[in-house]
Write a protein that binds this ligand. Structure first.
Ligand code: CP
Length: 315
């Protein structure tokens, strides 16, 4: 495995190995006062974010530092991109500066794939490992992996579980990556959204589609709530925010429709009062902060797999 660009590239076996590795990193760090493993000493990891981020950027940085890598953060606003430098020149510059891994977030779908093609080995050594940290409305592979780790911890297993993904599927890279990965791992995925917030090609996804959240909740093992991505909607969306909140928002009353064992996930950032009520967001049934913690372990597992390999003895 050279890059992590799409969860569609992961077999069930490889995905399970990554989830297991993430759990092993969690166990290895448990109770340690000094969270530092020598695993990636001498390796250089660069995060390159052309869109804002809190969770993904920080957890990649923490993951790299906990494995003793040198971690360098590049943001578009403080780099020469703001002077007009192209994406290709930026990527090739970071490659030449010694990146072993480039973690890329970009508003264009396919940007990480393009960077992998530009930076691959050209006679001057292998190019860096490219990790897609979110490309437009396409994919967010490490988010899906950390969601799967969280679901395994909360539910025991994923095989045969029914998992609802609710909300703005149209603009969500999290929805696509989760739909693919959870199906690969044997779950039944139900997309629950108004017709206006579903992508045109959704009939090709490995999912069932529903427009009725109240009918679906009682049979779900988990529900993944999505943020409504107003910034990708050119100024407006239908239904209105108020209609959306009433029709699809996870209120306390709606959460009570879930079976007792069911868990609520949200990738963050949450819009409290829009897709999720504050009381639901803060409920012990909601795993939002557990997802963030698992995000560090998953990103450790991914960096380890890409930079050391599957037989390197991570711990
Ligand atoms: N879930 C997620 O990608 O959050 P950030 O945008 O804060 O990284």
């Amino acid at each position: 495995m050279k890059h992590l660009l799409s969860v569609a590239d992961l077999t069930r076996e490889t995905a399970t190995e990554l989830l297991d590795e993430a759990d092993r990193f969690e166990q290895a760090l448990l109770g340690r006062e000094v969270k530092k493993l020598p695993t990636l000493r001498g390796r250089t990891v660069m995060t390159v974010f052309f869109e804002n981020s809190t969770r993904t950027r920080v957890s990649f940085e923490v993951a790299g530092k906990w494995m003793s890598a040198d971690v360098i953060n590049v943001s578009a606003s403080s780099s020469s991109v703001s002077k007009g430098e192209s994406l290709r020149d930026t990527a090739m510059t970071l490659r030449a500066a010694g990146a072993d891994a480039l973690i890329v977030r970009h508003p264009a779908s396919g940007a990480a794939h393009q960077i992998a093609a530009w930076t691959k080995g050209q006679g001057d050594g292998a190019g860096p490992a490219i990790i897609n940290a979110g490309d437009g409305t396409h994919e967010h592979p490490t988010q899906a992996l950390l969601d799967a780790v969280t679901l395994r911890q909360r539910l025991g297993d994923i095989e045969g579980r029914r998992i609802g993904i609710v909300g703005d599927i149209l603009h969500s890279r999290v929805a696509r990556s989760n739909a693919i990965l959870l199906s690969t791992l044997g779950a039944e995925v139900v997309l629950i959204a108004p017709p206006t917030l579903l992508p045109v090609g959704v009939s090709g996804w490995p999912v069932r589609v529903s427009h009725d959240i109240d009918a679906e909740l009682p049979s779900l093992d988990a529900v993944l709530m999505l943020r409504v991505q107003a910034e990708r909607m050119n100024g407006g969306f239908f239904p209105s925010a108020k209609e959306y909140s009433i029709t699809y928002g996870l209120s306390q009353k709606r959460m009570d429709l879930l079976p007792e064992h069911a868990v609520v996930l949200h990738p963050g950032p949450m819009l409290r009062g829009m897709e999720i009520a504050s009381s639901v967001a803060d409920s012990p049934r909601t795993a939002v902060l557990q997802q963030v913690t698992n995000g560090v372990h998953v990103r450790m597992a991914v960096l380890f797999r890409l930079l050391v390999g599957s037989d390197g003895g991570a711990l």
